[in-house]
Design a protein around this ligand. Structure first.
Ligand SMILES: [Fe+2]
Length: 171
């Protein structure tokens, strides 16, 4: 069984991951309403990925013979200032998630929970990618001032993204 401190932190992280999913789904809806289907697609895939993150933690808790306690998902923003503001929020949120995962790692180390440390390594690596993806799009958006023809081109590019379950190849 998981030690109480680690279990509590993972249960909170499960909520964080499903909150992330809900946040990105809300952003997808916003983009949809602004006539940017490519951005909406990118955010919808982001939403799907976050669900797989939550599920991965969920299954792990079960494997460790412990109980997941689901909590209410906090309300998410539904209106955003502009496209750049959305991605600034994504980056800021992913940085928060990274810090949160690092904190669980600290707890697992303090509790000498080697299995959880090994499990969390996947998330540590995943967060590097999440922040890099958000940064890359944000850089492009700043380059084109978040408007005009550039947005149209970027929207077409983001339309190409397809969902691949990031957790599928890892047992
Ligand atoms: Fe996540």
């Amino acid at each position: 069984m998981l030690k109480e401190k680690v279990l509590k932190a993972i249960n909170q992280q499960i909520n964080n991951e499903y909150y992330s999913a809900y946040l990105y789904l809300s952003m997808s809806a916003w983009f949809q309403s602004k006539g940017l289907p490519g951005f909406a697609n990118w955010m919808f895939i982001q939403y799907q990925e976050e669900i797989t993150h939550g599920n991965k933690f969920f299954k792990y808790v079960g494997e460790r013979n412990s109980q997941v306690i689901l909590k209410a998902i906090a309300p998410v923003d539904t209106e955003f200032e502009n496209v750049i503001a959305v991605f600034e929020k994504v980056l800021e949120h992913e940085q928060f998630i990274t810090a949160s995962i690092n904190k669980i790692m600290d707890d697992a180390i303090a509790e000498s929970d080697h299995a959880t440390q090994s499990f969390l390594k996947w998330f540590v690596d995943e967060q590097v990618e999440e922040e890099a993806n958000a940064n890359e799009i944000l850089d492009t958006l700043r380059l084109i001032n978040g408007q005009g023809n550039g947005i149209f081109m970027l929207d077409r590019e983001l339309r190409q993204r397809v969902f691949v379950d990031p957790t599928a190849t890892v047992v």
